[in-house]
Structure formats: C-alpha cells, structure tokens
Design a protein. Structure first.
Lengths: 277, 341, 332
C-alpha cells in the first residue's frame, strides 16, 4: 500500500524565478525545496499547482522535458489562484502534483513529419514545451514552422525567447503577427487564422494548434479548407478540473475526461465528442 | 451456509463487534439508516436505508491533507490515521452492485487510496430482498435481489438468518461467527429466492428495459429535444446525486481552521450551476445541459468506458427523493419511447 | 380528495391555450405512480389532455417557476396556484421578481395535500395505487392487498397547520375563495422554545447534522431567488458545498432562515423536499412568530407591496435591546 503514489497529496515546490512576459502573463520557475525538478513529464502534460487556502488549479507545463533542472509555467492572471501567484515573490513555496494527461505524440506520430505550430495569445504556453522539445531533437523531425500571434507586441508571450532563440534558429521558421498596427512593429499585422491562410502551408504538415476557442475554430476551418485532414491536426483543451485523475467528474465530456484522456486531442477525435467544450 | 435464529442475531452482532465496528440499518423517525451497533440497537425491517451504503467508502466530506504555512514556507501533512476494520450489515443487492461501479472509478489507476483503504477495511454483509418496493427496478440492470453478493450474502426468513460467504474476507468472518451460528443447507433459502423471483416479475417497473441505452449511444440521445422537456422544472439541486449510490463526482476545497489549512473533498453534483464554471466561462450553461450530463453519464458515458455496465442500480432512491419527482425511470421511458425512434 | 379535480383543470388549461389567454401553462404532470407528480410546462392542448393532472399529491408550489418562465419571450404563461402558493406569488411580485403582465394566474381551492411518506409509513412498501374519497385513502399494495387509511392520518404537516385557505392573488378563481385559518402552526415552535438551552441545541444539532447540502430547500424556496446565492459565490467567503465543521453545518440553514425572515410566507416547500426530513420550516416559523410578537402580526405575501416589519421603520418599533431582553426572559 505504502509504495503507491498518493494521487491527491501534493509535494512542495519553490518558485525560484518569476519572469514578466506580458501585462497579464508571468512565467514561474518551480523546483523542489532541495533544488531538483519536481517530476519528469512529456510535452503537453499538465500539473496541479496550489496555494493552501486559496485553491488548486491545472496548468500546462511550459518548459521542455529536456530541461533537467526545473519546470516553468506561463500563467495568465484570470482567477483566484492565478491572481495570488501573480502577487507572489521569489522564494514562495507552493504545492505541485502531476504530471497529468496525455502528451503530444512527439515520439511516434510526429517523428519524421514537418510540424506547423499555430498559437494565439496565452495558447503558446502549452506549445512552448513541445516546440522546445522538437528543437532539442530536431534531427527527428522535418521542417518546423511556428505561427504565433497576439493582440499586441506586448502580449506576445516569451517574446525574448522567440527573438533570441527561435528566430535565430536556422532550422525553424517563425511567423509572428499582431492583431492591430502598432508603433515599433514592422512585422505582420492581422489575425492568426488569416495569416495561416496567407502563408499557404504545404498540406502534408502536421499542425498543432492552441489558443482562444474562437481562434482555434477559425484556424481549423481554414486548415481544412485548404486541404488539411483533421487527423493531421492536434490541439489541447482546457476545462475546469479538480482531481486531475479522471475521477471528480468535472472535465467529463461524453465518455472522455479531459484531464486523463486529453488535454491533447487529435481534431477528428474532438468531432466524436458531444459539443460541450 | 450458516444460520442463526433471529432471537440470536444480537449475539452475532456482539461477536462481530468484538473485532470491528458494526453498522446495521436501524429505524429512525425518518426511516432506516445505517447506525453504529451498540447493545440494544435493533435491525430495521425497512426495505432500504434513506442514504445509500456508498457513504461508508465515499463519505460526504473527508479530509485529504493538511498544510501548515509559515512565511513563504509550506509543510504538507498527511493526517490520516490507521483505518479501523468495520462491517456493514444488511446491504441490499442494488447497493452491493454500486460498489462495483464505484470501484471501477476509484480503484483504476491512478488509484484513490482514501476509498481503497476503506474498501480494504470494510466487510459487507448483504441481505436478500423479499418485498421489493414499487420504485425498485434493479432487474433492469441485471441485478438479482435474491442473490445479493458482497463478502457475505444473507437471507432472512420469519425465524432465521442465513449466511453464505462469497469472498475470502467473508469466509474469514463466518469462521469467527461459527460459535454463534449453526450449519445450514443452501436449499433452505431456495423457496424464498423463487418467491422473490416471482414478485420481481410483478413489479410495476419490471418491464423497464435498458436495452436502448449503453455504449456508443451518445449521438442517438445527445441532441434529443426531449431533454428540454424533461429538465424544464428541474430545480438544479443535488438530491438525486447525493442519494444515488453510484454518483461519485466530488469537489476539493480548502478550509482554514485557524491552525492550518485543511484540504478536504466533498460530494459535488453535475446538476449544480457552478460545477463546470471556470474563470472564463461555463461549458454547461443551462440546467438542461446539466440534467442531460447526469443521465447521459449513467446510461451512455459510463457504459462506454466500462464494457457496457450502466451506472444505475435501480435502487429507487431518486424516485422517492427528487423534489419534483423527475428521475431516471422517466428519462429512460421518455427517451426510449416510441416517439423518439 | 380535492373539490377541484383533474378534469376541471384540464378543461381550464386547454381553454386558456385555445383562446389565446396564454401560450403555455404551468401545471402538474402525471407520474409513473399515482403520487410522483412533476411540475411541468405544457405547450399544447394535446399534451394537457394526455398528461395534466391535479390531485392530492400536487403539493409542489409553482409560483417560483414564474421567475424563469416569464423571462422566456413575450408570451403569457398561465399558472395554477393553490391558496398557499398565492402568498408566494404575491411575495415574488412585491420583490419584483417577475412581470405580472406576463402571467395569467388561476387560483384554485385546496383541501390539503397528502404526504406520500406518511402513506408509505402506514401502508408499507409496494404501493400500486392510491386514491381518496375525501375521508379515506384507498391504497393498493403488492403485499397486503387493499388497505384503507384515514385521509387525516396522511395529510402533510404543513396542511394540518394550514394558515389560509384563501387565494390572495388570481386573475380567475376556481372553487371557493376560502378563509384565513386560525391555525396551531406555532405550537411546535413554542415547544422548542420551552426546551432548555441544551435540549434545544441538541434538537437542532441532531436535525441539522443530517443535512447533505443538496440545496433542495434553497432551490425550491420561493423566497430564495437571488441571481447568485452567497453560498455559490466564490468571492463571498461563504461558498461551501459541504460543512467543513459542525459550525458550518448549522450556518447554512441559519443564514438562510435569516435571509428569508419577513419574506418567508410559510409555504413549507423546504420541509416537503428535504430528502433527510429535516423540519426546516420550524426555523422560518420561529422568525415569523418573533416578528408577530415584536412588531405585530404580519403575513408575508398577504398583499402585494406591503412593507415587511424588518425592512420598515415605525416610531412604535420595539427597541432592539428590549427585544433581546424579552427573548431572554421568555427563554429563561
């Protein structure tokens, strides 16, 4: 009995770094009290973070599994737990449990494929882990394209990393866009779904899409209209969760539990679920 | 098979109580409920308890973990004590079946140790039904109330109680009870079983069939216009959920006791408006959607994930307790009715 | 047995739809058995003829559904109201919870409703049919054949202590207007008041510890129509789905009783729906009794627009200190 993992009892984590990404997104670096990584994970998986007395919430792990020292979480301020975290200082302890959910199929389905990452706003957070994983093992994949957009330049999450590491990486193509014209921005202006159409990608690619529901919807429609099959498109979902282990019932849609059977879904699998997300 | 006279049932209770806490159905002013046995507490004649037996394994609230915080530091404390053995006496076949249904949720990986510990420490004495109520429909889900199962099956006649062990745990406890029971012949209860079988055929809900439901039926029923009509006057309370022996949704909450933070879990209901509410929206905004979720889960989603097994046992508690008398029988009859073909 | 029967109501309901008075009707729908009646919204004459029912088990108060129903489009909804339901109707109007213009109310006289749990306690399990002739209830059971029990033995507690058989609000009345009754409804409250402090605490501790926090009492209560209940609001510090300790167990019901004080019409729905049979109406009756004692007799919902003593100020109002002292000396 004692060797069984206690699924609902969290471990202690320490925030060792806080990076301000955008006006409402901060990235938190978390390690165990003795300075190690809390647990191993795969790209696309999530963790439950909590502050005792405030609450517990599910977040995608934004750092790549190839990072052996720590985990990172890019968190947008939008509820009690996130608001509390945004006020926290370095050195603050929180609790952490995980990893939860199914990862992106980086080691089998994605292997050898050209990958097209499409993200909007905070939707980059769950994809960052996959992107950096694929960059780390770039020999295993074909061409990598990233289309990322936000409301404004300031709202682009991980802008520094994008400019300093992704843009200069000769093996990947980064296409940035913002919703409206802005002083000091000479890149593309326009919504992500339209930009994807304009860029006219080869339909043999495997697409990974994440962002606000409306952006996902239009991007999917756009990709399908140019000839992508839903089986080539992956996305990751967010629903209210409490247990993270497929038991509390909250994230149940049809016969799936988003925390356990997702959060990563292939788009044709989503079509089989009742329209409740 | 063992037996004892009903007059000597108390000595059986005494014997069980020597090694573990015993709960039996006892009458209260509001009907029967499982009550801790102490000398003098009489076993109820009622068909079933108000609250289901799931409470023993999945209680309304239970503490998960405690946190002590000091400055920026947190200490996580597992406050659970060593669990005690206990026995539950007189569980009906429907509630026995509900343990199977709950086990498939809580005991599949990742394993729920809180539930598991209680299952490991609990011994279940089931009791065969002889007078099922008009609200009973366990037969719809293939349950035989004359063969109740669990660790020890029991049959009660006018003068005697019969015991048959079904599991190792059951055999062990019947062995302990040898001094207060006598050996009996299994055929002694055949008459009763046959009679119950005859009654089952005469029950008003005996023709209720679950055949039209089960695995792979999501698209058939999800968009049915009947949901709106069925849920039109649902008041969105959690009564059906909480009296149900198979409903297992829960919430996790923190409580600041003043000395620390206790993280506990408590029953939750998919019928509640805030069940799926998030900071940026709610995936089930209307009561119709929430109502549909509960019944689709019992009749389609759960079977999808569990080899066709339904997560209803036909105990009839929701029929008796729903404030507006809306229930799974009416849902099945309406959705499965001819005009929905 | 009700003087107004199903046939009369079916005819009326159908007529209201047919002549365009309303485009839907709030009423009661037949169940699987004689007693499991469901409140329902009827949209067609056909449906009314097939499923509408009225009888001794139509206890559900339909007035609260008007809050939701009147928000759906412009059409009118017809509703059937028993005398006690008309008080809730008025109270909801006083609180401006629905648009009166969108409702056609039919008051119906009521002889008191039966309580199926009482029937089952006397007649036992396996009830195949129940019917009454006004004096006796005929129950057919699976195991003991036909049984005859006195109707008075199975009348719901709230109807035994009926406060008024008078319909106080309607566009149309079916049956007699009815009288306000000098009931004994405060007897049990007085009995609890006369208990010692420990006994009284024990009584409520025992009752409220049975609560499973299903919220049925709150959700059915016509006085509980807040758009967002404090107990569901994560920002209220009071949101809880289950009692975390024995204090919170009582807090939910006490807060609720305070919140409906002066607005509760004593319709008794809270106790009717409680799956744990907690006599919740007694908490509300205690407040009603106290308000009567300290501010003069007041019946919530008797008139539309009346100012309840707790939200009104008159120079003759009792001083809070006096009320406390009076309470203490009464309980001494």
């Amino acid at each position: 009995m004692n060797n069984r993992k206690e699924a609902l009892i969290p471990a202690v984590g320490v925030i060792t770094d806080i990076r301000i990404d955008t006006p409402d997104v901060k990235t938190f670096r978390v390690v165990t009290p003795d300075g190690k990584k809390a647990f191993e994970h795969k790209p696309g998986q999530c963790a439950m973070l909590s502050i005792p007395g405030v609450g517990e919430a599910m977040f995608s792990i934004t750092s790549s599994p190839t990072n052996t020292e720590f985990m990172e979480f890019s968190i947008k301020k939008c509820g009690c737990v996130t608001e509390w975290l945004h006020q926290a200082e370095v050195g603050q302890q929180i609790t952490i449990r995980g990893p939860y959910g199914n990862p992106f199929p980086v080691d089998d389905v994605f292997a050898g494929k050209d990958l097209l990452f499409i993200a909007g706003g905070i939707g980059l957070a769950p994809l960052r882990s996959v992107i950096n994983y694929c960059r780390h093992y770039k020999d295993r994949y074909g061409k990598i394209d990233i289309v990322y957009g936000s409301r404004s330049k300031e709202d682009l999450v991980d802008y520094k990393e994008i400019i300093d590491e992704w843009v200069v990486d000769p093996d990947i193509n980064v296409h940035l866009t913002i919703d409206r014209e802005q002083e000091g921005w000479d890149g593309h202006v326009g919504f992500v779904p339209n930009y994807v159409k304009e860029l006219g990608f080869d339909t043999g690619k495997t697409a990974i899409v994440c962002g606000p529901p409306i952006m996902i919807k239009f991007t999917l429609d756009g990709l399908c209209s140019v000839g992508f099959d839903k089986k080539q498109i992956y996305t990751t979902m967010e629903l209210r969760m409490k247990c993270g282990i497929g038991k509390c019932g909250r994230c149940n849609i049809g016969s799936k539990y988003v925390c356990k059977d997702g959060p990563v879904f292939r788009c044709d699998e989503l079509d089989e679920l009742p329209d409740e997300y | 098979m063992r037996k004892c006279s009903l007059q000597n049932l108390e000595t059986v209770f005494e014997k069980i109580s020597e090694s573990m806490t015993l709960y039996i159905p006892a009458d209260t002013k509001d009907g029967a409920d499982f009550t801790k046995w102490t000398k003098g507490v009489q076993m109820s004649q009622a068909l079933n308890t108000n609250r289901s037996a799931k409470d023993f394994f999945f209680p309304q609230t239970e503490d998960l973990v405690e946190f002590k915080t000091e400055g920026k530091n947190i200490e996580v404390i597992d406050t659970r004590k060593e669990s005690e053995d206990f026995a539950v006496f007189g569980v009906r076949a429907c509630d026995v079946k509900s343990f199977d249904i709950l086990d498939r949720v809580f005991l599949t990986e990742p394993y729920d140790s809180y539930y598991a510990t209680r299952r490991e420490h609990g011994v279940i004495f089931s009791l065969a039904c002889t007078r099922p109520a008009e609200t009973c429909f366990c037969g719809t889900f293939g349950i035989n109330p004359a063969e109740p199962g669990a660790d020890v099956s029991m049959w009660k006649t006018d003068s005697e109680m019969f015991f048959e062990a079904n599991t190792e745990k059951g055999k062990e406890i019947l062995k302990k009870l040898e001094s207060v029971t006598q050996s009996a012949d299994a055929s002694d209860v055949d008459g009763q079983k046959k009679k119950t079988g005859e009654i089952m055929k005469k029950l008003p809900l005996s023709d209720l069939s679950a055949e039209k439901f089960g695995k792979g039926m999501t698209s058939k029923y999800f968009d049915s216009p009947k949901w709106r009509e069925l849920s039109a006057t649902c008041i969105g309370c959690g009564t059906c959920t909480f009296v149900c022996p198979t409903c297992q949704c829960y919430d996790i909450k923190d409580f600041n006791s003043g000395k620390g933070v206790i993280r506990y879990r408590c029953w939750d209901s998919c019928m509640y408006s805030d069940f799926t509410k998030m900071a940026h929206g709610n995936s089930r905004n209307s009561q119709t959607e929430r109502f549909r979720q509960r019944f689709m889960h019992k009749l389609v989603y759960y079977p999808d994930n569990n080899d066709g097994m339904f997560s209803c046992v036909g105990c009839g508690r929701c029929l008796n307790k729903c404030p507006i008398s809306m229930n799974i029988v009416k849902v099945m009859k309406t959705l499965g009715g001819e005009d929905n073909e | 047995m009700q003087k107004i029967n199903s046939t009369m109501l079916i005819e009326k309901a159908a007529q209201l739809l047919e002549n365009g008075t309303a485009d839907r009707v709030l009423g009661w729908k037949k169940g699987e058995f004689d007693y499991d009646i469901t409140p329902a919204v009827f949209n067609s004459v056909d449906q009314i003829k097939k499923e509408f029912v009225f009888g001794d088990f139509c206890g559900a108060n339909l007035s609260k559904y008007l809050v939701k129903e009147t928000r759906k489009g412009d059409g009118k909804v017809a509703v059937f109201l028993k005398p006690c339901d008309t008080y809730s109707f008025n109270q909801l109007l006083t609180e401006k919870r629905f648009d009166r213009e969108k409702v056609y109310a039919v008051g119906i006289s009521c002889e008191g409703m039966a309580d199926i749990f009482k029937v089952k306690q006397i007649a036992g399990d396996g009830i195949v049919s129940v019917s009454s002739d006004g004096e006796n209830v005929k129950v057919e059971t699976l195991y003991d054949g036909e049984k005859t029990i006195k109707l008075s033995d199975v009348i719901a507690e709230r109807c035994i202590n009926c406060k008024s058989r008078k319909c106080v609000a309607y566009d149309e009345l079916m049956g007699e207007e009815g009288e306000i009754i000098d009931s004994d409804r405060f007897d049990m409250v007085s009995k609890i008041e006369s208990m010692s402090e420990d006994e009284r605490f024990g009584f409520w501790q025992n009752e409220l510890s049975k609560c499973i926090r299903c919220n049925a009492c709150r959700n059915v209560c016509p006085a509980c129509t807040c758009e967002k209940c404090v107990f569901d609001n994560p920002d209220s510090c009071a949101q809880n789905k289950a009692p975390a300790d024995s204090f919170e167990e009582k807090m939910f019901h006490i807060i609720r009783a305070f919140h409906v004080a002066g607005r509760c019409t004593d319709c008794g729905e809270c106790s009717r729906v409680c799956p744990q049979n907690i006599p919740l109406h007694l908490l509300n009756r205690k407040f009603i009794k106290d308000i009567d004692t300290f501010y003069g007799e007041y019946q919530a919902g008797a008139q539309v627009g009346s100012r309840a003593p707790l939200v009104d100020y008159t120079e003759g109002d009792i001083e809070p200190g006096e009320a406390v002292m009076k309470g203490e000396s009464e309980n001494a």
